[in-house]
Design a protein around this ligand. Structure first.
Ligand code: PLP
Length: 389
């Protein structure tokens, strides 16, 4: 059975066109791009092309693109570089709903001498901008706010934030791992100093990412070693994956229109149909400022994990809004920060689409999910005690 894969914010399939461009670099074209001979030089040329393609996708220049091993490495590199460039400043700001790649890094820094401010969001997942701006001070070294949230899909006004943070001369980084390939990302408009992206969210392989570093931004390498990446990241390049990311970037740019039309239409259909068919169901997140592919739906009085397991029997792959913390299932920090009622947070499912999804798959989910929720609720003591059918 082919999976009905609607978990594309977790990871995406490698596009066949991407794989095709990568394959020769595992076999016959195995040269080291740093070598003096033309066998290596040909590989270096292909890496140059990949850098141009990534830059083109986000409105940057090739020299502003640094290849990394993943989104997490891009995030860590950016924050550490900002801190090294501002050794006297000890205040760092982020949001309460960041991916663990930033959240856990900031919590770690807070244990190691930094003063961390976590900006709250409201019940729709909208960032409290006044709170952010009030907390900018002379001691602030860096502000990192994600472009779009991986769970709710809510998009933050990064263009405005970048302007406000820049005006104070503070470094601004944005984690755009979920935004890239889903909404236009243009660094000519958004004046962030640094931006993280990840290959496996845009149909390139896992284990490749990139960090945009605006020309003129002070930078210190995270991996100190050879002269690769113009001395900004030591280590022989992950050649095939870099080439894959280049091709995937080209494709992502060309799929943006489809994202905001066909994919958004399917997402809306999925969401509207499930909310209509299943009582006591809510959408998590600001419907007006959301990624076109993402829907986080809270089904009250059921466990998300039970829904996932039952969907899995039909080959439907999605995610829940819970994380396993010390053996018990806790709603994620994102849903908690939004104050999603406990009853709905526990039964929250994230559906995230890609350009590979079809209308037939969406209809299949719409057919299978309501009876699953009904069956689970019949087993739920909480549901039996409510009068809210
Ligand atoms: N940032 C966000 C918003 C993400 O969604 C993810 C992955 O889910 C990451 C960072 C980490 O990216 P990677 O898996 O490439 O390390």
């Amino acid at each position: 059975m082919n999976p009905v894969y609607v978990d594309n914010n977790a990871t995406t399939r490698v596009a066949p066109e991407v794989l095709e461009e990568m394959l020769p670099y595992f076999s016959e074209l195995y040269g080291n791009p740093s070598s003096m001979h033309s066998f290596g030089g040909n590989v270096a040329r292909k890496i140059k092309e990949a850098r141009e393609r990534v830059a083109e996708m986000i409105g940057a220049t090739p020299g502003e693109i640094l290849f990394t091993s993943c989104g997490t490495e891009s995030d860590s590199t950016a924050i550490r570089a900002a801190l090294i460039s501002n050794p006297d400043k000890k205040h760092i700001i982020t949001s309460r709903v960041e991916h663990p790649a930033i959240k856990n890094l900031f919590e770690n820094l807070a244990k190691n001498g930094y003063r961390a401010t976590f900006v709250p969001v409201d019940s729709k997942g909208v960032l409290d901008l006044d709170y952010l701006y009030r907390h900018l001070d002379d001691d602030t070294a860096v502000v990192s706010v994600m472009w779009a949230n991986n769970e709710s899909g809510v998009i933050f006004p990064v263009e405005e934030i970048a302007q406000a943070v820049n005006a104070k001369g503070i470094v601004f980084h944005t984690d755009a791992v979920q935004a890239v390939g889903k909404v236009p990302v243009n660094m000519k408009k958004v004046k962030a100093d640094m931006l993280s992206l990840s290959g496996h969210k845009i149909h390139a392989p896992k284990g490749i990412g990139a960090l945009y570093i605006r020309k003129g931004t002070k930078f210190s390498p995270f991996l100190i070693g050879g002269h690769q990446e113009s001395g900004r990241r030591g280590g022989t390049e992950n050649v095939a994956s870099i080439i894959g990311l280049g091709k995937a970037s080209e494709m992502a740019l060309s799929h943006l229109t489809e994202m905001k039309t066909r994919i958004k239409k399917m997402r809306d259909k999925l969401e509207t149909s499930l909310v209509k068919a299943v009582p006591n169901t809510m959408i998590n997140g600001d419907k007006d400022h959301r990624l076109p592919n993402t829907s986080s739906i809270g089904f009250e009085f059921v466990e998300g994990e039970a829904i996932l397991l039952m969907m899995d029997e039909f080959g439907i792959c999605a995610s829940s809004g819970s994380a396993c913390t010390s053996g018990s299932l806790e709603p994620s920090h994102v849903l908690r920060a939004m104050g999603v009622p406990f009853t709905a947070a526990h039964g929250s499912i994230r559906f995230s689409l890609s350009t590979y999804n079809t209308e037939k798959e969406i209809d299949f989910i719409i057919e299978k999910v309501p009876p699953i929720i009904k069956r689970l609720r019949e087993l739920s003591p909480f549901w039996k005690n409510t009068k809210c059918e």
